[in-house]
Design a protein around this ligand. Structure first.
Ligand code: E4P
Length: 218
C-alpha cells in the first residue's frame, strides 16, 4: 500500500520524506489556506520534495474553467496530479485530462456508484473520504470494501486512495481490504511507527546492555 501525506506543510513533508516511506502528497484548498502560502509556490516546493504524485485541486465548478486551471497546475511539475471534485463537470474534466496522459485524483467521493463513475472517467485515483463518511453516520470502511469489489469485478486500473483518514485503524482496515493508497495527516503517519511495547523493549535491552560495559563503535 502506498502512503501519501495529506498536508501542505513543507517542513512536515521534508521530514517524512527522509523515512523513505512517503509515496506522494495530497493537498486541498483548506490545507493550502492553513499553510498561509501562495498556492503555486507551495505546490512547486512540495513537488520537489517527493518523486510521487502531488495532488493540487482545481477550484472552478465548470468544466471549461477546470480545464484552464488544470493547464496552469500541471505546468508546475511533472508529478502534479490534478484533483477534481466528483461532479459531472469534474468527471468530464477527468476524462479529458486522463485521455491526454495527465494524472487525475477524483476527490470527495462518498458512494461506490460515484467511484464507479470516476473509474469509467479514467481517474488515476479516486478519493473516498472515510472520516467524513463515518462522521455522518455511514461506514467509511464499508465504502472502501464496496469500491474494491467493484474495481476488481471490472479490472479497473483506478487506484483507491483512502482519504480523510483519522486514525491508525483506518489505515489497518484499508490495508486489509486492499486499498491502493492511504493519504494521512502527518500525525497519523508518525503514530504508525509507535508501540508502547517497542519503547519498553528498547528500554529493557539498553538497560541490560549498559551492564555489559561494552560498545559497538570503538
Ligand atoms: C484528501 O485528499 C483530502 O485532502 C483529505 O483527506 C480530507 O480530509 P479531512 O476530512 O480531514 O479534511
Amino acid at each position: 500500500m502506498k502512503f501519501f501525506v495529506d498536508t501542505a506543510d513543507t517542513a512536515e513533508i521534508e521530514d517524512l520524506a527522509t523515512t523513505g516511506l512517503l509515496d506522494g502528497v495530497t493537498t486541498n484548498p483548506s490545507l493550502i489556506a492553513k499553510s498561509g502560502r501562495d498556492f503555486m509556490e507551495v505546490t512547486k516546493e512540495i513537488s520537489s520534495l517527493v518523486d510521487g504524485p502531488v495532488s493540487a485541486e482545481v477550484v472552478a465548478l465548470d468544466h471549461e474553467t477546470m480545464m484552464k486551471e488544470a493547464e496552469v497546475l500541471r505546468k508546475i511539475a511533472d508529478n502534479v496530479c490534478i484533483k477534481v471534485p466528483l461532479t459531472i463537470d469534474g468527471l468530464k474534466t477527468c476524462k479529458a485530462l486522463t485521455s491526454d496522459g495527465t494524472m487525475v485524483n477524483v476527490t470527495l467521493c462518498f458512494s461506490a456508484n460515484q467511484a464507479l463513475l470516476a473509474a469509467k472517467a479514467g481517474a488515476t485515483f479516486v478519493s473516498p473520504f472515510v472520516g467524513r463518511h463515518d462522521d455522518n453516520g455511514f461506514d467509511g470502511m464499508e465504502l472502501i470494501s464496496d469500491i474494491r469489489l467493484i474495481y476488481d469485478n471490472y479490472l479497473f486500473d483506478t487506484e483507491i486512495l483512502v482519504a480523510s483518514v483519522r486514525h491508525a485503524t483506518h489505515v489497518l482496515q484499508s490495508a486489509k481490504i486492499g486499498a491502493d493508497v492511504a493519504t494521512m495527516p502527518p500525525s497519523v503517519i508518525r503514530g504508525l511507527f509507535k508501540h508502547v511495547l517497542t519503547d519498553k523493549g528498547i528500554e529493557g535491552f539498553l538497560a541490560d546492555w549498559a551492564k555489559t560495559g561494552q560498545t559497538i563503535l570503538k
